[in-house]
Design a protein. Structure first.
Length: 116
């Protein structure tokens, strides 16, 4: 059974930083691309960042480019999202995602709130 468990969210002031983690199990993590999505209040879920299986290729949404960094540690089946220079518009529930045999799997999400 595929499981994705996010952690690391919380309340942070504008300009602050957070690191999200996603622990994966139930599939061959080292061969799988991984993604982070987010869904803000009243908004649709959007792709934030992606990383390929060996970490050599990444993609970022324009809104987070230069501020967020996606990485992975295959020995621990974990993907990370380092978020710096956070803005109030980054407030959202952040979800970890993988596709296995064309099916999307999601974690339960972790809330990130950026507010003074």
């Amino acid at each position: 059974e595929v499981q994705l468990v996010e952690s690391g969210g919380g309340l942070v002031q504008p300009g602050g930083s957070l690191r999200l983690s996603c622990a994966a199990s139930g599939f061959t993590f080292r061969y799988s691309a991984m993604s982070w999505y987010r869904q803000g209040p009243g908004k649709e879920r959007e792709l934030v960042a992606q990383i390929n299986s060996n970490g050599g290729n990444t993609y970022y949404a324009d809104s987070v480019k230069g501020r967020f960094t996606i990485s992975r540690y295959n020995a621990k089946n974990t993907v990370y999202l380092q978020m710096n220079c956070l803005k109030p518009e980054d407030t959202a529930v952040y979800y970890c995602n993988t596709y296995q045999y064309s099916r999307a799997y999601w974690g339960q999400g972790t809330q990130v709130t950026v507010s003074s």
